[in-house]
Design a protein around this ligand. Structure first.
Ligand SMILES: Cc1cc2nc3c(=O)[nH]c(=O)nc-3n(C[C@H](O)[C@H](O)[C@H](O)COP(=O)(O)OP(=O)(O)OC[C@H]3O[C@@H](n4cnc5c(N)ncnc54)[C@H](O)[C@@H]3O)c2cc1C
Length: 336
């Protein structure tokens, strides 16, 4: 390794790795960054996500304060892009969202974002009838959606234009990176399970149905993980399931049937919509999300993985913290 500018590797090209890359390039000049990953764009879990900004209570950092900071920083990062003429190309859109429940008032509230989004309010009697009868509780909030089908290629393009390098490669150990890089960001999502021997990282299997619904302009959530989220291109994401510790990457026709039944119950007019696809993704679930420096086999590593069902929305806040840790560990001579 020469003594010039530091050589940095980012393992993983999902939303977390690409966002770390974007933040690093915004911050530093004369830095040599390589993204190493065995899957890109549509081959990542990030590409399965609808990408709505709505954290669940299972999203947690090491403390309440850090969790909140990650969420607030992420919101501001996305707002900065939304204000630019690049927003559409980057896959960002604003989105009015209803969340209804027949059973539980608490699921309609969200203490993590009620003070972040511009509107979060209880619905009135008329709105409760928007999705048929029997809905007892509901909230409306305005949020955003980040479509990784656009965001990942958008970041990749500017990363390369700014001198970044990309290599398709599976990494089996940190030792193999020793002497090649001064600093490594580990953004491998579920891949960290084997790379780091991390027993706390568990797949939370998700499956979705894609349906063409150009008239749908708002998102709807119902009970039991039921959601209908419009996309920029007129194709909506219908979900979902959360299957703990399941590694099944195949589409399950029974899950698809159950998803459609629940979504049709929530919005009956969807019954006529053309089904254009089915997807499965394993959410990298870990409590807390791991954003942490470590020296492994002589390599300075900053981990940033385990975002579960909230990695798209919260990639920026966690990436900012990881990058800060990266600068600190790069300067330090001592062992962690
Ligand atoms: C159905 C579903 C719906 C979702 N909805 C939302 C939502 O609405 N909002 C939201 O915020 N989040 C949502 N999520 C969660 C979100 O998709 C994840 O939290 C996020 O994609 C995790 O991003 P990541 O970059 O950590 O992982 P990934 O996207 O999986 O990327 C990991 C990268 O690491 C690479 N990699 C792994 N191991 C290795 C290795 N050994 N060597 C080299 N490369 C390696 C992979 O090839 C890939 O490039 C949803 C997930 C699913 C499944």
């Amino acid at each position: 390794m020469d003594n010039g500018s530091p050589k940095i590797a980012i393992l993983g090209a999902g939303v977390v790795g690409m966002t770390v890359a974007k933040i690093l390039q915004q911050d530093l000049r004369n830095v040599d960054i390589t993204i190493l990953a065995d899957g890109f764009k549509e081959d990542t879990v990030s590409a399965v996500a609808a990408g709505i900004f709505r954290p669940g209570t299972s999203f947690r950092g090491p403390t309440k304060e850090i969790t909140k900071k990650w969420i607030d920083d992420s919101w501001n990062f996305w707002q900065d892009i939304l204000k630019t003429s690049e927003a559409h190309k980057a896959g960002l859109m604003t989105l009015g969202t209803y969340i209804f429940s027949k059973e539980n008032y608490h699921v309609t509230r969200n203490h993590l974002i009620e003070d972040v989004v511009p509107i979060y309010r209880a619905v009135d009697e008329d709105e409760l009838k928007l999705c048929g009868t029997g809905w007892k509780y509901g909230s409306y909030f305005s949020t955003i959606k980040i479509g990784c089908d656009k965001y990942l290629p958008w970041v990749e393009k500017s990363f390369i234009e700014n001198g970044g390098k990309i290599t398709r490669q599976k990494i089996d150990s940190f030792a193999s990176l020793n002497s090649k890089f001064n600093l490594v960001f580990n953004c491998t999502g579920m891949g960290a399970k084997t790379l780091c021997n991390d027993y706390d990282l568990v797949p939370l299997r998700g499956q979705i149905v894609k349906a063409r619904v150009p008239s749908l302009k708002m998102a709807f959530y119902g009970d039991y993980d039921t959601y209908i989220i419009p996309g920029m291109d007129g194709v909506a994401t219908l979900g979902g399931v959360r299957q703990y510790d399941s590694y099944n990457r195949a589409v399950c026709k029974h899950d698809a049937a159950a998803i459609l039944e629940r979504c049709y119950d929530l919005l009956p007019f969807l019954k006529g919509a053309e089904i254009v696809g089915h997807k499965v993704g394993l959410r990298p679930h870990r409590v807390p999300v791991r954003v942490e420096p470590e020296i492994i086999d002589g390599v300075k590593v900053v981990h940033c993985y385990g975002h579960g069902g909230y990695g798209v929305m919260c990639a920026p806040g966690t990436a900012m913290e990881a990058v800060k840790m990266g600068y600190d560990i790069l300067k330090s001579k001592s062992k962690i």
